[in-house]
Ligand binder design. Sequence first.
Ligand code: HEC
Ligand code: HEC
Length: 93
Amino acid sequence: MAIGKRDWLFIGIVAAVIAIFVLISGPEKTKRVPKNPDHQRFHDMIKAGKTKKEVDPHCAECHDGVKITFPADHPAKPGAGPMRCLFCHKISK
Ligand code: HEC
Ligand code: HEC
């Protein structure tokens, strides 16, 4: 069976979909929550069954944009309501 025009069209569409999928996923770049004394209690809270939403508000005790500043291009800005830190910064294993 020869590969006809319609088959090539189909192959092309499948290839394009796969290419887009690979482009938007990419490797995980956002830094994880470090495993060190400053952050250990948050790892423990998650392990103890607390939700990310319950843990998030504690981050601002240090990461308030003053004691520890955020990168200029940081996607979440302090002051604009509660920040969902753990939505982007995963708890490292
Ligand atoms: C007791 C203070 C403290 C608290 C609370 C805290 N952090 Fe941190 N965090 C630090 C310090 C200090 C650093 C290193 C700061 C620097 O690089 O200037 C840091 C660094 C980080 C980094 C960067 C790690 C890296 O690899 O560069 C991330 C991400 C982070 N914290 C996320 C969080 C999240 C999410 C929370 C809340 C669950 C949190 N932190 C709560 C003190 C704290
Ligand atoms: C919408 C996603 C998002 C949210 C919400 C978010 N961050 Fe980030 N954060 C990023 C990205 C992206 C970067 C830049 C890439 C990186 O360094 O991880 C970054 C960078 C950082 C850094 C600097 C890491 C370094 O390079 O030293 C710290 C510290 C940090 N975030 C802490 C926090 C804390 C604490 C919160 C909650 C108050 C928070 N982030 C909320 C996405 C987010």
